[in-house]
Design a protein around this ligand. Structure first.
Ligand code: NI
Length: 262
């Protein structure tokens, strides 16, 4: 089996949108203060031996532009919750495409998206990115000073060093829940449980979770992701709609990230 992912970019503008020629940047292109959106369609299946295709991406593009974009235009005009719009879009794409998408993911901003599986449209995944700046030092009490220096290198610097961490929780929500778990809820919980706890701190010295000498764990990116998951999970589950935290991804740099649970 293969996965095939196709992203379709488009804008919802005031009034009628002129057709564009640039699918890379978005078609229709953004006009004035129009909303730029990206719909990421992932299909799972077997590759046709004759064509080498799992699905013809031209079919994905045309059905998104001809069938889904009008739904987004109506939703913007009426102020509908994007999660409910995405459910309608997932259902229409599942009907029209020759391969039922495994997931459809609507990128509302570079940092925020919602995702749904057409096979289970009663749930959605909400992602949002946050950042915090912190210092840490990697130095294991289980190793000698020489072994620490050899393993961690510059990250073993005695006075620590800093990172601008990016944190992305993924929350699974029920669509028919009242009150719904919103992005405002996710921002408030993450700010209180993670950002306020770690931002502009020396993780080893200022936070008990990463104070190795007092029973904490080493502030590696793997452990930071797990600690963030542990801090966020109960607070998110306490919301009346009973959402669940699926995972947390932490980027230490734009080249290194860890996700827990994996
Ligand atoms: Ni580091």
């Amino acid at each position: 089996m293969h996965l095939l992912t196709r992203s379709v970019r488009f804008a919802i503008n005031e009034g009628v949108s002129a057709p564009g020629r640039n699918g890379y940047a978005g078609n229709p292109p953004v006009s004035g203060f129009g909303r730029w959106l990206e719909l990421v369609v992932t299909c799972r299946g077997t590759v046709d031996q004759a064509t080498g295709y799992l699905i013809d991406i031209k079919a994905v593009d045309s059905h998104v532009r001809n069938d889904a974009v009008p739904l987004f235009q109506q939703a913007v005009a009426s102020g509908e919750d994007p999660t409910l719009t995405l459910r309608a879009v997932a259902q229409i794409l599942a009907t029209k495409l020759p391969v039922t998408p495994q997931s459809v993911r609507l990128r509302l901003t570079p940092y925020h998206d919602i995702e749904m599986a057409p096979s289970d449209p009663s749930y959605a995944l909400i992602r949002q990115r946050f950042d915090f700046s912190a210092a840490h030092r990697l130095h294991s009490p289980a190793l000698s000073d020489a072994e620490n220096l050899k393993l961690y290198g510059k990250c073993n610097n005695p006075r620590g060093h800093g990172h601008n961490y990016i944190v992305q929780p993924v929350v699974k929500v029920r669509l028919d829940s009242h009150p719904a778990f919103s992005l405002v809820d996710l921002e408030a919980i993450t700010d209180q449980a993670v950002i306020q706890a770690f931002d502009h701190k020396h993780l080893n010295e200022d936070t008990p979770e990463f104070n190795v000498e007092k029973g904490g764990v080493l502030p590696s990116v793997e452990n930071i992701a797990r600690i963030c998951f542990g801090r966020l999970g109960p607070a998110i589950a306490a919301h009346p709609s009973r959402p669940t935290l699926e995972s947390v991804t932490v980027w230490e740099t734009d080249r290194t990230s860890a996700t827990y649970p994996g």
